[in-house]
Design a protein. Structure first.
Length: 555
């Protein structure tokens, strides 16, 4: 009971109801006193003063109701184009975060629909020059929370936030949105939209346009809709696909692929769905999949190409094509050009900077550029755990092992169920000579991720390098058994063989990987040197075969 009262009090404060009540009481008393003093002198009947008192009393609950529903406050109206100047500072500038819109719909599907609207607004605003937009991943860290907007602004380093709600009932839609100053919690703009469900694209464009105009102090905005008009059923499948893609797990990636394919079957001219499909297939191929890359990455290539044919200005399309160039075509400069183009179209594209770091780390082996890309991603998305995990990994790759261990332990403390955190820490500990603890974390990563063969190879290699020959051979046997039934990465088989000193088999597996366009091969220079691959005379030949011959200077 006490907690409910506390939560209610917090919500009353957040919606400025307490402030409205205080101001109303003070103003009401002043009005009554003024009426009592002035009206008799104007020869107005005495009963008029009593009516003023009654009206003031009756207006009190009305004011509180308006404050709760529309979140007005003492000196702001509900919707006014010029209310308060938008604050800026050298750190925040014109900056905004779109917080996850709250689903007010009774159906469970309302959540992905509300999340989709949040993402579309984020994407539309991110394209506006001169405005920094916090990345979706960081903004969604506050989903379901009740933090004060001033605290959110501080953590995201933004001067304003957009929050709102979505209620969907049949074919009708009600969206409320408000722009709030994070310096003091005051509302800068708010509005309610009651439309037909088919108007969803127009509503998103209208909200984005009004927010940009408000941020620019009345200068009209030219906001192109992030998504073109399409069938509503296709759009809903697309939203379900993106909702699943955000989870980044084996089962969710498979579900995302299914939803994007459903969207494309309904509307094969919808560019974002093709980009999403390419993204999901690529992530699956370099993270969890045991599908042959010639199958999955060829499909990703076709989807990314089609996305750009339909919309050459789609940043997600350029990023998807760049990832195929890097992980399948081994066209690394083509990948770099794709990253650059995606960022040129959308300077707030945190994911493009995240992937750019992979390019500088694995392809160019350039610590300063890799670190700069990672910092830019973290600046745009300060609460995205992926960026911090990548920071730990690039520190490890470049030999800063103590710092890498610190970062991975921090991430693991915050997310003990994250398999990638266990994997990164295990890899770092192995390189630091802490073999037993490294094995413990690798085994936990495999357990949490469903034992993908990609990570089995690392475990087998580490077992072998640590002198645990029987355990290493058992892992290798498991991988070969799986290979007899389906696809297993030649790269990770090579890692397992190298741990046992079986270099002939290792380089044979690597050659097979090159023929199969193994999507894991760009990682080759970053494998632990204790496995012995770097010192073998065949190593430069493999680097040359995949376009990484320039890295021989770092051997």
């Amino acid at each position: 009971m006490a907690s409910k009262i506390s939560n209610l009090w917090t919500e009353l404060q957040r919606r400025k109801v307490i402030r409205v009540a205080a101001v109303y009481v003070v103003a009401g008393i002043g009005l009554i006193e003024a009426a009592d003093l002035i009206l008799p002198r104007l020869l107005v009947p005495d009963w008029t003063v009593s009516w003023v008192v009654v009206l003031v009393i009756l207006g009190f609950p009305v004011a509180l109701t308006l404050a709760w529903v529309f979140q007005v406050h003492p000196d702001l109206g509900r919707s006014s184009p010029k209310l308060r100047p938008v604050p800026t500072s050298p750190d925040t500038g014109l900056s905004v975060a779109v917080l996850p819109f709250e689903s007010m719909s009774p159906e469970p599907e309302g959540e992905y629909f509300a999340d989709g609207i949040t993402e579309e607004l984020t994407n539309a605003l991110a394209r506006q020059a001169g405005i920094r937009v916090a990345a979706r991943t960081s903004a969604f860290a506050f989903k379901g929370g009740r933090l004060d907007v001033r605290e959110i602004g501080s953590r995201l380093n933004v001067s304003s936030v957009i929050e709102g709600s979505v209620r969907r009932s049949g074919q009708t839609l009600r969206i409320t949105a408000q722009l709030i100053n994070t310096a003091d919690g005051y509302h800068l703009w708010s509005e309610q939209f009651d439309r037909d469900l088919g108007d969803i694209f127009r509503i998103q464009e209208e909200i984005a346009g009004k927010v940009v105009e408000r941020l620019r102090d009345g200068v009209p905005a030219e906001v192109r809709p992030e998504v073109p008009s399409t069938k509503l059923s296709a759009y809903e499948a697309f939203l379900r696909g993106r909702y699943a893609l955000a989870s980044f797990a084996p089962e969710s990636l498979a579900r995302a692929i299914e939803e994007f394919e459903t969207c494309i079957r309904i509307d094969d001219s919808y560019a974002p769905a093709f980009a999403g499909l390419a993204d999901a297939l690529t992530n699956q191929s370099i993270g969890f999949s045991d599908y042959p890359p010639k199958e999955s990455m060829t499909r990703a290539l076709g989807a990314a190409t089609r996305a750009l044919e339909l919309d050459p200005q789609l940043p997600e399309g350029h990023l998807a094509r760049a990832l195929v160039s890097m992980w399948h075509d081994f066209d690394f400069e083509g990948a770099k050009a794709g990253f650059d183009r995606a960022i040129e179209i959308n300077p707030n594209f945190a994911d493009a900077f995240l992937w750019m770091e992979f390019y500088w780390t694995y392809i160019r082996f350039d610590f300063e550029e890799a670190l700069a890309a990672n910092r830019r991603a973290q600046h745009l998305s300060p609460l995205d755990s992926r960026a911090n995990l990548r920071l730990g990994t690039l520190q490890m790759v470049f030999g800063h092992l103590e710092e890498s261990e610190r970062i991975h332990r921090q991430e693991l403390a915050e997310n003990p169920g994250g398999p990638v955190s266990h994997l990164g820490l295990g890899d770092t500990l192995f390189r630091r000579g802490k073999g037993d603890e490294a094995i413990t974390h690798l085994k936990e990563a495999l357990r949490l991720a469903g034992r993908p063969t990609l990570w089995l190879g690392m475990l087998g290699g580490f077992y072998g390098a640590l002198g645990m020959e029987s355990e290493s051979r058992a892992v290798l046997a498991e991988m070969e058994e799986r290979a007899a039934e389906g696809y297993v990465s030649g790269f990770w088989l090579a890692v397992a063989h190298a741990g046992l000193g079986q270099f002939e088999q290792a380089f044979s597996s690597l050659d097979r990987g090159v023929e199969e366009r193994d999507s894991n091969l760009p990682y080759i220079f970053a494998v632990p040197r204790a496995l012995g691959l770097h010192d073998h005379p065949e190593f430069p030949r493999i680097l040359n075969r995949i376009g990484l011959g320039h890295l021989t200077e770092f051997i």
